[in-house]
Every structure is written in structure tokens, then in C-alpha cells.
Design a protein around this ligand. Structure first.
Ligand code: HGY
Ligand code: MN
Ligand code: MN
Length: 390
């Protein structure tokens, strides 16, 4: 709740866009709390924050608990933040209990998980895992043309540590489910099995700017009119891939965007998801045909392949849920997470707790303290299984 003051919105949510002043304030607070808990702080070239609690055996690869502090513009208090602060809570609990682990424990807060200011999402955990090139990532710009490199320098998080993978015993991420499944099933914990394939694209329809009053309807090249038919077809088309497909138009931008000028340009963002890479590729091909048939441009903003977490990661979470005595179920994630990239470099497990009404990316996002504690306890015991080698 204290972290939610950074970027707090009047409706009780947070707007903490990556590398904004609010993100900086949250980062600074997080670093202060970690230092107070005795952690050593490292910042890497992508501004990722690592807080390390020493282990008895310096040669053991650390166990990581991670998530993100950045949010979408009308985000909730818990998306990402829960996982970062629960990891800190684990460290503080071990400190209070004077428990020394064999392996070090590292808390990681990844830069720009959301990808809404700088596309694509999860870009910094992607550089760490070797999915994205550092220069590509540092050069990504926001709508005002500012890039990640400049913004990291501006907020004082342009770290010098190499942003690249290092040995990890295991990685765990606690996150709210952001969907309705756990709440409907009355389960306290989700043992996450995987994350769907995700494609972000932008369809750009060209028209001709002209006067809204003096241009007869049959003499117009109106991209909005073309978009109406396209979107109707798109919502019909996606039905054949239900119940697992997801299709979202998050932003429609008409330019010049004024009431009395027929738009010369209409840009439509497309977020397509499905557990099967093949299906998402088929849907993407459909959009390429739509672009071709309408003389439009289809930009590809992000390709994230479908991911299944490793049996080791899933089993570690299952065992931890048993130790805690939490009611649990396996489920797939609808949202993308940094764990998607980390599972490529270490055994990775994700833990979900319910959120009210399954609502997220909404200022009303909420969880109960009991669920937060259960999730943190499962995170603690998942970490201990790996960090406590004996
Ligand atoms: O888009 C996602 O799934 C995540 O919230 N970045
Ligand atoms: Mn998240
Ligand atoms: Mn999110």
C-alpha cells in the first residue's frame, strides 16, 4: 500500500509508466527498503534492480524471486508490485528468523515489463535472457521519441553491470492471476503451467484528409469506414479459436484526430494471444491478408512464443503450496510475465493468487491481505526448497 503512493491515481490505482518519475520514486523506495534489509544492490545496463541476500555458500548459484514495478496507465496496486515486495518480505522474514540459506537469494525488479510506453513488453528481462539485443532495447522509443537509454540516464538507473544472464539455481515469480479462474474455483494459489503465445501488431490504414462538410460521402477515402468492416470481420474470425483465443484492440488513433477533418490515417493496435503458436501465426497471416486487401500497413511490434514452465519449476511451487497447506490448482496464465524469458535461463516457477473479480489493468484491482500472505509464504517455501541445499 505504501508503494502504491508512487504514481497514485485519484481512483485508487497507479500510473507508473516505465522510467517515469513515478517509476523512479518507486525504484528509489524499493532500493531503500532492500538496503535496510541488508541486501547488496546492483543495477544493470537496462536498469534492472537486483537486491542480493548473501548465502552461506558463495559458490552456489542464487535463487531469484522477481517481478516488476512499472504499470499500465490505469493500473492497479498489485500487478508486478506484489511479486517484488513479497520477495522483499521473504528476505525480511528470513532475517527476522535468523535463517541463513546455503544459496544467496536475489530479488529482481525488471524494467519495462508492461511494454506500454516502450514496446515490446518484458524487454529488460528479455535482454537478460538473451532474447533481445541490448542496443535494440536501449533504442526503443516512446510516443514522444524519448528512448530507454535517455530515460534510464534521466532517472539515474543507467547501471553499469552487464545486462546478461548469470547462473541461477531457480527463479520464482509471485503475481496476481489477473483473471477469474482461482476466485471462481475458490483456490488460494495457482500453480502456473505456462503463458500463451502473444503477438502485438499495428494496422495502419491510409485515407485522405479532407473537409468533413464539403466532401460528399462517395468522394471520400475514409479509413474509419474501412476499419468498421475489418473489425467486424476480426471479431467474427476470432470466434473459431475460442475459448482460448484473446483479441484486443487497445488503441485506435485517427490523425489528425479532429472533429471536422476526415482522418488521413487510422492506426489500430492488435493484441492476439493463444496457447498455440500455430494458431497465433494463422491469425497473424489473416491480418497480413487484411492489410494487403485494404492497401494497409501491418507493423509487427512483438512476438512472444508460447511458453510451458519446466516440471522442476512447477513441482517446486506444488511442494511449497503443500508445505503451506494452501488449496491450489494448475492453470495457464493469460498475461505475459518476465518469467516467460527467465524460464529459458533457469528452472522457473510462477505462483498466482486471486484478485477480486479477476480484474487487472484496472484501478480497482484488489487482493486480500490473507491471499497476499499465502502467496508470499508459498514463495518463501519455494525459494527455501532450492536455496536450502541441505
Ligand atoms: O501484456 C501483458 O500480458 C503484460 O501485462 N505485460
Ligand atoms: Mn504484471
Ligand atoms: Mn500488467
Amino acid at each position: 500500500m505504501a508503494m502504491a503512493q508512487f504514481g497514485a491515481t485519484p481512483n485508487g490505482g497507479v500510473c507508473r509508466l516505465a522510467l517515469s518519475d513515478a517509476d523512479k520514486a518507486a525504484r528509489d523506495q524499493f532500493v531503500r527498503w532492500c538496503e535496510a534489509a541488508g541486501c547488496a544492490i546492483t543495477i544493470d545496463q537496462m536498469g534492472n534492480i537486483f537486491a542480493r541476500r548473501a548465502g552461506k555458500r558463495v559458490d552456489s548459484p542464487p535463487v531469484m524471486a522477481c517481478s516488476h514495478l512499472d504499470s499500465v496507465p490505469t493500473g492497479g496496486k498489485f500487478d508486478g508490485t506484489l511479486g517484488v515486495l513479497a520477495a522483499l518480505e521473504v528476505v525480511e522474514t528470513l532475517n527476522d528468523s535468523q535463517v541463513a540459506t546455503d544459496a544467496p537469494i536475489v530479488i529482481a525488479s525488471w524494467t519495462n515489463e508492461e511494454g506500454v510506453r516502450f514496446a515490446p513488453a518484458m524487454i529488460a528481462s528479455g535482454v537478460f535472457a538473451g532474447i533481445f539485443d541490448l542496443e535494440f532495447a536501449l533504442g526503443r522509443v516512446d510516443k514522444d521519441g524519448r528512448n530507454i537509454r535517455q530515460e534510464l540516464q534521466r532517472i539515474g538507473y543507467a547501471g553499469t553491470a552487464e545486462c546478461q544472464r548469470w547462473p541461477l539455481g531457480a527463479v520464482f515469480e509471485l503475481h496476481i492471476e489477473q483473471g477469474p479462474v482461482l476466485e471462481a474455483a475458490g483456490k488460494q494459489v495457482g500453480i502456473v503451467t505456462g503463458v500463451p503465445a502473444i503477438r502485438w501488431m499495428r494496422l495502419v490504414l491510409e485515407g485522405q484528409e479532407a473537409h468533413a462538410g464539403s466532401t460528399p460521402m462517395h468522394l471520400r477515402r475514409d479509413p474509419v469506414r474501412a476499419a468498421v468492416a475489418i473489425l467486424q470481420n476480426a471479431y467474427d474470425y476470432i470466434k473459431r479459436f475460442l475459448p482460448d483465443a484473446r483479441f484486443t484492440v487497445g488503441n485506435l488513433l485517427a490523425e489528425p484526430g479532429v472533429v471536422n477533418t476526415i482522418p488521413g490515417k487510422l492506426a489500430i493496435t492488435l493484441d492476439v494471444r493463444h496457447p498455440s503458436d500455430k494458431v497465433v501465426t494463422e491469425i497473424e497471416q489473416w491480418w497480413h491478408r487484411v492489410a494487403r486487401d485494404n492497401g494497409a500497413i501491418l507493423e509487427k511490434l512483438w512476438v512472444s512464443p508460447s511458453v510451458q514452465f519446466s516440471p522442476e519449476g512447477i513441482t517446486a511451487v506444488e511442494k511449497a503450496a503443500n508445505v503451506v497447506g494452501a488449496s491450489a490448482m494448475h492453470l495457464g496464465s493469460g498475461a505475459g510475465h518476465d518469467a516467460v524469458h527467465l524460464t529459458r535461463v533457469a528452472p522457473t516457477g510462477m505462483i498466482f493468487i486471486p484478485c477480486k473479480g479477476g480484474l487487472s489493468h484496472n484501478e480497482a484491482e484488489s487482493i486480500t491481505p490473507q491471499d497476499a500472505a499465502t502467496g508470499a509464504n508459498v514463495l518463501l517455501h519455494a525459494i527455501l526448497q532450492v536455496a536450502q541445499l541441505v
